[in-house]
Design a protein around this ligand. Structure first.
Ligand code: MG
Length: 242
């Protein structure tokens, strides 16, 4: 008897659920509502982005010793000044969407890693390579838009020296537990000049010149732009926290 009542109740319940699912409204979600913003048009910063550089000053940045940026700012771009050192955002970031534009020097000097080398480091740890990879062969996992020494880009979408490149980077930060053990890797998507070159690539750890990736525990960190001694220019840099 109990079994019959149970079966009957279950049938009625399933019928009710089934009836609801037939109603298109049953699967509509109304809350919360995504907030409205102004999007990005031809590289312009979305209305909710943090502007890191718009040509007028480098106030969002400093060198490693917290001194003012010694790179050349000309109203549109800033140029790496050899020997002044890398620059870092004053603010720290974790998961983010970063837009950055850069151009390799028009004076063709050096070859391989010695031509137009700089770099965009997420959390001051993970380098998306900046390099003049236009008719300039180097190791594939060290060319422009590589995750340095880890992951080569899917294609070489490089603009010629003097013409602007865009990187649109979507970055998911790694996580660590309270013992300092990595519990999930960083992941990165990079779009170079409108072309996907890193498709949700796992970052296995730091991106050193020599040796294997390491995984020291860390929290949010600055964006670093590398001084590799070459006069690479940057412009129109904005970021959105995710
Ligand atoms: Mg570099």
């Amino acid at each position: 008897m109990k079994k019959i009542i149970f079966t009957l109740a279950l049938t009625i319940l399933l019928n009710i659920i089934h009836a609801q699912i037939k109603d298109p409204k049953a699967t509509e979600v109304w809350e919360p509502e995504p907030r409205a913003i102004m999007g990005s048009y031809n590289g312009s910063a979305p209305s909710d982005a943090i502007i890191l550089f718009n040509g007028s000053n480098a106030d969002a940045w400093w060198h490693g010793d917290s001194s003012n940026v010694n790179w050349k700012v000309d109203g549109e771009s800033m140029t790496v000044q050899r020997g002044t050192g890398a620059i870092y955002t004053k603010e720290n970031f974790g998961d983010c969407q970063l837009h950055i534009e850069w151009t390799a020097p028009t004076e063709i000097k050096g070859e391989g890693q010695g031509r137009g080398n700089s770099g965009v480091f997420l959390q001051n740890m993970y380098e998306v390579q900046v390099l003049d990879s236009y008719n300039n062969r180097t190791y594939s996992n060290g060319q422009a838009a590589s995750i340095y020494k880890q992951s080569m880009p899917l294609v070489n979408a490089m603009s010629p020296p003097g013409e602007w490149n865009t990187y649109d980077i979507i970055f998911k930060a790694p996580t660590f537990n309270s013992d300092g053990i990595k519990t999930s890797s960083a992941f990165i998507t990079v779009i170079h000049n409108g072309v996907i070159v890193q498709n949700h690539t796992e970052i296995r750890g730091t991106t050193p010149y020599i040796g294997l990736p390491k995984n020291p525990a860390h929290g949010d960190g600055p964006i670093q732009l590398q001084d590799h001694g070459n006069p690479v220019k940057y412009r129109n840099i904005w970021i959105r926290k995710l």
